[in-house]
Design a binder for this molecule. Structure first.
Ligand code: 4NP
Length: 156
């Protein structure tokens, strides 16, 4: 049941590093650190090396998550290294699928919202970058919901 999960958004400074932090915290809670490995990346490399956006760090910190990931751009290599590549929106899906080394690797891709049980109205995780504080809270609500759904899928 060993699983390597990569969360992907555009900049790797808001949604995917938060998903990374939320999932790591669930994995620690369940004592599954030896079974589940988490990482995150962005399709755009402009923020490579940066810590997550300070607004996301504050919102996550209020819920008990400490985000320390340094942004990086996804590469084709990631399709070999990870079992699940979980993207936040359709644009991410499109950009990541273009990096797949072969067609069969697309089977590793998932849309994050498909794991959300309590937010049926959302088919994607909206980009909070140009939003206010509520945008970041909504993202965290979706991420907490979907990360529990991912755990459930893996445990099955
Ligand atoms: P993320 O948010 O994809 O959730 O990390 C964004 C971060 C940066 C930019 C856009 C979205 N940007 O345009 O620089």
């Amino acid at each position: 049941m060993k699983q390597k999960i990569l969360f992907v958004c555009l900049g790797n400074i808001c949604r995917s590093p938060a998903a990374h932090g939320v999932m790591e915290s669930i994995v620690a809670r369940e004592g599954l650190q030896d079974q589940i490995t988490i990482d995150s990346a962005g399709t755009y490399g402009g923020h490579a090396g940066d810590l997550p956006d300070s607004r996301m760090c504050s919102a996550a910190s209020r819920r008990g998550y400490n985000l320390t990931h340094r942004a990086r751009r996804i590469t084709e290599e990631d399709f070999y290294r990870f079992d699940m590549i979980v993207v936040m929106d359709d644009m991410n899906y499109e950009n990541v699928s273009r990096l797949a080394p072969e067609r069969k690797y697309i089977n590793k891709m998932y849309r994050f919202a498909e794991f959300c049980r309590n937010h049926p109205q959302w088919s994607y995780v909206p980009d909070p970058y140009y939003e206010g504080r509520e945008g970041f809270e909504l993202v965290l609500d979706l991420l907490e919901d979907g990360c529990e759904g991912i755990l459930e899928k893996i445990a099955k």
